[in-house]
Design a protein around this ligand. Structure first.
Ligand SMILES: Nc1ncnc2c1ncn2[C@@H]1O[C@H](COP(=O)(O)OP(=O)(O)O)[C@@H](O)[C@H]1O
Ligand SMILES: [Mg+2]
Length: 242
């Protein structure tokens, strides 16, 4: 099977000009997220994936925008403290002095680390300066307190994270969020990478909300009638289907 890995990183935010099929698929994704989070004060969501490049950061930002377009107060947190991309994708010119890393190290208050991106209608907490100890910071009591405080201020807290198969940060952090969505890019990670990633998340008792199938090639699948870039399926998908 041919696997495409992307070296060049670009980001297209959801706007009125976004191609219809992409927009519709994202609206469906948003609706599904709203359904699965409608109970138990489920507000803080971590977007994870096995490998880098599967579309976590893209999906995190566009999910945040889609939820905000539906009237929700949403903050996106860049919890990828090793290779943060949210700042670049949101085209914020100046790197933030404060962000997740400085809040977690106790040198900044939450309010001083959050900004508002007017054109997208979302709040953002950038990663802050790259710390030497990301796993420790993301598994600390301060990380738990940060998520609780964010939940008290926002309808949704969308956390971008580093890949599960590569570093332990996301696993450590997953216990503080209410649920995780696994982003799986078609023809990208191998099945064993994805299974291992799900097993690791299961081992730390992460609450799996579902799997988002990214960059899905509908033309190659005759079962699908409509053009879609994204699709969303139940978390059990990988447990039952090869
Ligand atoms: N559905 C998609 N269609 C086309 N390109 C995509 C899609 N999702 C992500 N990409 C691109 O793939 C690259 C990696 O995405 P990114 O969100 O940075 O992945 P990750 O955060 O998992 O490393 C970026 O250039 C992004 O624009
Ligand atoms: Mg990323």
């Amino acid at each position: 099977m041919k696997r495409t890995r992307h070296a060049i990183e670009t980001f297209e935010p959801l706007t009125e000009k976004t191609p219809f099929s992409y927009l519709e698929a994202f609206k469906t994704f948003r609706t599904n997220v709203e359904f699965v989070t409608s109970t138990d004060n489920c507000k803080a969501i971590m977007m994870s994936s096995a490998l880098s490049g599967e579309g976590k950061t893209t999906a995190s930002i566009n999910l945040a925008i889609a939820l905000a377009q539906n009237g929700k107060r949403v903050v996106i947190c860049d919890c990828d403290l090793r290779k943060p991309k949210v700042q670049r994708y949101l085209r914020i010119k100046t790197p933030a002095q404060n962000g997740v890393s400085t809040v977690l190290s106790g040198s900044c208050s939450l309010d001083n680390a959050i900004g508002y991106v007017e054109e997208m209608g979302i709040y953002v907490m950038l990663s802050g300066p790259i710390p030497p100890n990301p796993t420790e910071l993301l598994s600390s009591d301060r990380a738990k307190a940060m998520i609780e405080e964010l939940k008290s201020k926002f309808d949704y807290v969308i956390c971008d994270s580093p890949p599960v198969a590569i570093v332990a940060d996301a696993l450590a952090f997953s216990k503080f969020v209410d649920g995780c969505i696994l982003v799986v890019r078609q023809n990208y990670a191998f099945q064993h990478d994805i299974k291992e990633c799900l097993n690791k998340l299961k081992m730390v008792d992460a609450n799996m909300l579902g799997v988002m199938l990214n960059n899905y090639d509908v033309k190659a699948d005759s079962n699908y009638k409509y053009d879609k870039y994204y699709s969303y399926s139940d978390a059990n998908y990988y447990g039952t289907k090869k």
